[in-house]
Ligand binder design. Sequence first.
Ligand SMILES: [Zn+2]
Length: 172
Amino acid sequence: MSVTGHRWIGVAFAFWVAAWCRYLKLPVVDDWCGGLAAFWGSTAPDWLELAKGVRQRHLFGLFAKDTWKRASVIPHRTVTHWAVLWIALLVFASVTLRVTLPFISSVIHASLFGFAVGGVGHLICDLPNPTGVPIVTPFPSARRSLHLWKSGDRREWLMVLAAWGAAAVMWL
Ligand SMILES: [Zn+2]
């Protein structure tokens, strides 16, 4: 999914998490922090790769054309997109969401839960693209894809709409 798509669906994930925290009757500040963390987590697998754009200049006689290529410290769609890691985080965060531990505020639990929801959601949104996401191990050979559409395809907005629709239902 494109960055823009991830951000838009991240807003829907924020409302999902806030609705769930509200349903659990957690303090209002938890709704907000969990929601913000969900938005943040919805783009996390990409920004955790520490990516930047690198300009490449191509010369054609007297003319030059610049193109931009993505370069990252951590290879794209490897360990930061590893399904096992994000699902384990989501399971841990779900189990500890309602546990009150000494010295650890419920805000931290709600934020961790929101971040994990955003991260798992990100992987689901990347799954239709041909590159896919690594499931069992963090290596490229473990990537699986649904091969439905390329990143940036208009059809990915169907996922955004579905997520927004689900968010609206949760808040009814
Ligand atoms: Zn991604």
